[in-house]
Design a binder for this molecule. Sequence first.
Ligand code: ZN
Length: 89
Amino acid sequence: MPDYCVSKVALDSGEHIVHRLDVNCPLIPSEDHRRDFAMLTDDDEAMSRAARQFDHVDGCPECMTHRNDHATTQAVDASIAALITVTNM
Ligand SMILES: [Zn+2]
């Protein structure tokens, strides 16, 4: 039963990215900037949970099997970089 999270911060393209918490994903946002889902069955359940909270969701390109063309590693990385910039202001 893996744990998942969804980023509260959308990509430029509008998607909120879902990650697995039980793998060592380099793109997971800090705890302040995500909502955690504990003990889900699989990636499908994580995506549907996230979709109830945000209009546009997508799976992380590094740790999820669900993904589309918008959610590249570079795009997710850029959204986290933007977040760090905002936090430091
Ligand atoms: Zn991830």
